[in-house]
Design a protein around this ligand. Structure first.
Ligand code: GLA
Length: 725
């Protein structure tokens, strides 16, 4: 709900438990008033400290600079005297860098506008409302619209920005962030997600000291290394208590998320497109839309923040028809064969898999062009019939006869120097004329800022998908950007390439899901290099990491599930010793860990022992029994092996609290250890529950806990069902 108090010149965006307040000062400055637990009053202008030095410019013009550098701003601009991080920096045709946004008016309405060409949360008149604050820089005649939306039943505020050139000359946007939040410091600590290839999204927490602290990517994707997420939390914050201010960016390319503690002990938290290398020329009549940021406030710890994101993304971001469906259990041949396979090998895998209850075969990298290693053929999207004898249609039919669906791997955004496509269109690769193109995994990136390039590649892929009954696509992306240049952009638009590239990817994926509405799409980027809300708008699941080791996955999935619904996490059982870390873990544990996700296999199933095959059957049963609950339920994190070294635990609780699953992984055995009481979460304290045939009070289970015995041996897992009596 949106409340406008015209007398006090304030706006409030209310959700069930939170309020976000904005004030207009001196009829021109748009100041941030409040964000936190729900407020009833709107008469709260004292929060602006308008009567404290340095006063506002009307009262004390000689200190306008001091005012600008300490007032809490909704959308601070660079160049006028606010030396904290600016959200907007615009360069005029004459080369001056400054803008002054003056408030012009507002609009409120039910529903939420679409963001041109961008993924975004969606809703209609019955479930959300929007506030537009309109302001203008008079000199540039630049209209800036700050957009804020709130959804019924979600404690989130969603922000984006629209910039329009209503003047007679072009100007250049050098920086445009999407959200800014100014607050007084409360000894905040900063939480971010960091990692590397095969080690994505580990949770990092540190005190917020003076200065600027950021996580960012200017690698062209949202990246393995840092993540478009940041939370500021009060020091006592745990899963259940403490205040959390979080931001998550609905975007898949370059970003910056930053927290800055100023000389006045205020904190500015910002998020948006990374300005490094970015300049966007806006001609008269043109407009630019910045991607949106989803802000969540919780005063019940990180767990509440997590569940807010999960519900919002399941209800208002992911669009796939598969979102609320059990996904077919798949088997992927990558870790089974790498590039060394033919149709016979795939059929052997499919046959064995189908007998054990697996429902779909996914043919990974290596089926096209002359690709027998990662040295060649990206861009040559036709079937290699030396490998797939009899052709794709035939293979898919044979797999179908086994009662299985068929899925395929593609990497449409790339081009190998060693490919027919590159020989024909060398200018289609992103490059700087006269310089060597930096290679990564022996590949270049296609210039998807050019529609003709994106369309050509899209149509090749679409032809493949039309040539056989293909149910699933794994859309991969295996390198990061460098040597940025586009043969199609003029000199003063080269700074648009990285963003235009991402817009090109979005356009291709939009076409794909429209042209093939029944397709199950899984995004991937060397594992989890582009696991972000932008991609979730197109695909209901994303391959979480190339690291399939059950223990490594605990930390990766914990970080990922801190924001993203469990139903979106691509997770497979693979072989031991694990190909990435060489670790041996019990087959059962690998299955239990992969249940916290889409669930599937990635191994040579023909080589499993009889005992392991029996375990596959059990795991398949477990998946069918519990996936509805895991996919749709509420997620509670109980313990983190990353913190305690010994055990990891989480729960999924049915929305009506009638049933729950407790997952427990003993990561390290401990000598001479007693059993431990693990306090459950999310149950109904007034109800009784049955665990292994014995009844307990919900409150008892949450206050005192269930007893978990200590076992001998590392990496032992348990999945315990809890049912209302
Ligand atoms: C990436 C993916 C893997 C696999 C390979 C194929 O690394 O993350 O799952 O598909 O590419 O080359």
């Amino acid at each position: 709900m949106i409340r406008v108090d015209e007398k006090n010149n304030v706006f409030f965006l209310d959700t069930e438990n939170t309020s976000y307040g904005i004030a207009i000062v001196e009829d021109r400055y748009i100041e941030h008033l409040y964000y936190g637990a729900k407020l009833k009053d709107t008469d709260v202008r004292y929060l602006l400290r308008e009567d404290e030095p340095p006063f506002t410019p009307r009262v004390n013009k000689r200190e306008t600079g001091s005012f600008l550098d300490c007032a809490p701003m909704e959308y601070p601009e660079a160049g006028m005297g606010d030396y904290r991080e600016g959200a907007l920096c615009v360069r005029s045709e004459q080369g001056y860098r400054a803008s002054e946004l003056v408030y012009e008016g507002y609009e409120t309405f039910r529903g939420k506008p679409q963001l041109e060409g961008l993924p975004a949360t969606w809703g209609n008149e019955s479930d959300c409302s929007t506030l537009k604050i309109i302001c203008r820089d008079r000199l540039l005649n630049m209209k800036v619209t700050l957009l804020y939306s709130v959804f019924e039943g979600a404690d989130a505020v969603i922000r984006s920005v629209l910039i329009e050139n209503e003047g007679k000359e072009p100007f250049y946007i050098e920086k445009v962030l999407s959200a800014c939040l100014d607050m007084d410091d409360r000894n905040f600590e900063m939480i971010s997600l960091v990692g590397s290839w095969a080690r994505e999204r580990h949770i990092q927490r540190m005190p917020l000291t003076y200065g600027r602290h950021n996580v960012a990517s200017f690698k062209g994707n949202s990246s393995h290394q840092e993540h478009p997420f940041m939370a500021l939390v009060t020091p006592e914050t745990t899963q259940n208590v403490g205040e959390v201010y979080a931001m998550n960016f609905v975007y898949s390319g370059n970003f910056i998320a930053q927290a800055e503690k100023s000389q006045f002990d205020s904190v500015r938290m910002t998020m948006g497109l990374h300005p490094e290398g970015f300049t966007w020329k806006l001609e008269p009549g043109e407009r630019f839309t910045a991607p949106e940021v989803v802000m969540v406030y919780s005063d019940e710890g990180l767990g509440k923040m997590t569940r807010t994101y999960h519900d919002l993304y399941r209800n208002h971001l992911i669009r796939s028809p598969y979102l609320h469906k059990k996904r077919p259990i798949l088997i992927n041949n990558w870790e089974a064969t790498y590039f060394d396979f033919d149709e016979k090998k795939l059929l052997e895998i499919a046959k064995e898999a189908s007998e054990l209850g697996i429902e779909m075969l996914v043919m990974d990298d290596g089926w096209f062009g002359k690709r027998s290693s990662d040295d060649s053929s990206l861009g040559d999207w036709y079937v290699n019939e030396e490998k797939i004898k009899g052709g794709l249609h035939n293979l898919v039919e044979n797999v179908g006869e086994l009662g299985m669906k068929f899925g395929i791997w593609v990497e449409p955004e790339m081009i190998s120097p060693e490919s027919e496509l590159f020989r024909e269109h060398p200018d289609w690769a992103i490059q700087i004329p006269g310089r060597d193109i930096t290679q990564s995994r022996a590949q270049y990136m296609l210039d998807l800022s050019r529609d003709e390039v994106a369309d050509f590649v899209y149509e090749m892929i679409a032809d493949i998908l039309k040539s056989a009954d293909i149910s699933y696509v794994k859309w991969d992306m295996n390198r990061q950007m460098a040597t940025l240049g586009s043969a199609a952009l003029p000199a003063d638009r080269q700074g648009e390439l990285a963003h235009r590239y991402i817009l090109g990817v979005y356009r291709m994926q939009e076409r794909l899901i429209n042209d093939f509405p029944d397709l199950l799409l899984e995004n991937c980027a060397s594992g989890g290099g582009r696991f972000d809300p932008g991609m979730l708008y197109y695909s209901p699941q994303i391959w979480c990491s190339d690291d399939t080791d059950a223990v490594e996955r605990l930390a990766i999935q914990e970080g990922t599930a801190m924001i993203y619904p469990v139903s979106s996490i691509g997770a497979h059982v693979s072989i031991c010793p694990n190909h990435t870390v060489g670790r041996n873990t019990p087959f059962e544990t690998r299955g239990d860990v992969a249940l916290l996700g889409t669930f599937g296999y990635e191994l040579d199933i023909t080589r499993l022992s009889r005992d392991e095959k029996e375990q596959v059957k059990e795991q398949v049963k477990k998946y069918h029994k519990y996936n509805d609950l895991i996919r749709e339920g509420d997620y509670y994190r109980l313990a983190s092996a990353a913190d305690n070294m010994y055990y990891d635990s989480w729960m999924i609780v049915e929305k009506d609290k009638s049933r729950a699953l407790l997952f427990y992984v003993q990561v390290r055995a401990r000598a001479n250890a007693k059993s431990r009481f693990l306090r459950l979460a999310g149950l109904d304290a007034e109800k009784r529950y049955v665990i292994n045939g014995k009844e307990y009070d919900g409150s008892l289970l949450m206050q005192a806990g269930v007893r978990i015995s200590s076992e001998s041996g590392d990496f032992r897992s348990k999945v315990i069902e809890i049912v209302k009596a």
